[in-house]
Ligand binder design. Sequence first.
Ligand SMILES: Cc1cc2nc3c(=O)[nH]c(=O)nc-3n(C[C@H](O)[C@H](O)[C@H](O)COP(=O)(O)OP(=O)(O)OC[C@H]3O[C@@H](n4cnc5c(N)ncnc54)[C@H](O)[C@@H]3O)c2cc1C
Length: 401
Amino acid sequence: MGTTQGVKTFANNSKIGERCFLFEVVGISAQGGNSLNYPIRQSGNTFISVPYSRMNQEMRRINRLGGKIINITPVGIDTAVAASSSNSQNKSNSSNSKPMTQAKEKKKTNIPVNIYKPKNPYKGKCLENYELVAEGGSGTVRHLTFDLSEGDLRYLEGQSIGIIPPGTDDKGKPHKLRLYSIASTRHGDTLDDETVSLCVRQLEYQNEQGETVYGVCSTYLCNLSVDEDVAITGPVGKEMLLPDDEDATIVMLATGTGIAPFRAFLWRMFKEQEQNPDYQFKGLAWLIFGIPYTANILYKDDLEKMAADYPDNFRLTYAISREQKTDEGSKMYVQSRVSEYADELFEMIQKPKTHVYMCGLKGMEPPISETFTAEAEKRGMNWDDLRKQMKKEHRWHVEVY
Ligand SMILES: Cc1cc2nc3c(=O)[nH]c(=O)nc-3n(C[C@H](O)[C@H](O)[C@H](O)COP(=O)(O)OP(=O)(O)OC[C@H]3O[C@@H](n4cnc5c(N)ncnc54)[C@H](O)[C@@H]3O)c2cc1C
């Protein structure tokens, strides 16, 4: 964390002896009125000391003002340590203290599905919508967050929600819903269990007449203004859930927006330990992320910070197809990396604690399968049998679209 200079405190409201937390906030703007009880800054980070009993209320107010909480630290407890060394400490802290939000851990056995159906979707306000592709990258990919505070929608990491774009299709019928992988943890980006985030690529292609066509729902979402209402259904999906095992090895193969569920996984593993006293990840997470250009590395700073902070628990490998080449001189795709690390990967996937997840464009599955088939053959193994076995053991997870 940075400096704690200029910390605003709710000292008058704090109950004696109550735990306090330091919120690090960015992007608070005075637009819309300053209803907070402390001076605000237009730029840079603001640090706010908040008593436990006011946390949810303050999160919502900061959210309403357009601010983003980027860090929450219990006052007097240093959380900026690696998961492996802090697990026992976190556990003992959490055993005699309340979790830091009123967010409750939901057991995997209770998987929420179809809480909101297309006939009666939830109307969630858009809280933020920002570009994820840096200058020089290809296409448009946006990170969107919706407010869920007025309803019952809850979800787990690895699930998807449906979005119903407004208007009608070319037959005059209301548009059908499109599914999007959830990119936030169950606690949401504002850590109050009241938001859901997506990572959406605007579909753009040339039709046979050479005209540029834009996808209906992805264009609607990418152009959505903050404060607009969105029709949301779901959640759905049980294929991509994260195992409860804190010692698991989680191999994640992503292309483009396929990063969405893995963002949720990694945030749960490495950024939200305080919110998840029952899940203190101590295993190995390995993300192999395929993108065309460096500028297309979605959530790059966060990913690289996690890799630097948790070198024993998080491994990050890029496959940047338009910039990197394999030893044979071909373009570097996710499957090229799978091939490069085949020995290690095959050692890993034979262990019962290893789960493999694949998410992204449909086209990624066949070449990855081919690579695994070839690598299995080299070892006198049959990839189909191994994959079926892993599937049976709920260790092989694919969501491609
Ligand atoms: C489980 C799941 C999770 C998903 N998660 C995400 C996610 O996290 N992020 C994300 O961005 N998307 C995700 N998608 C994809 C998303 O649901 C939509 O399909 C996507 O946004 C396009 O919808 P649209 O309404 O913009 O396009 P539409 O207007 O529905 O257009 C799509 C149609 O355009 C045509 N088309 C598309 N490309 C071409 C082409 N190159 N040439 C010719 N015709 C073409 C096809 O007929 C296609 O059916 C996910 C899909 C599934 C099933």
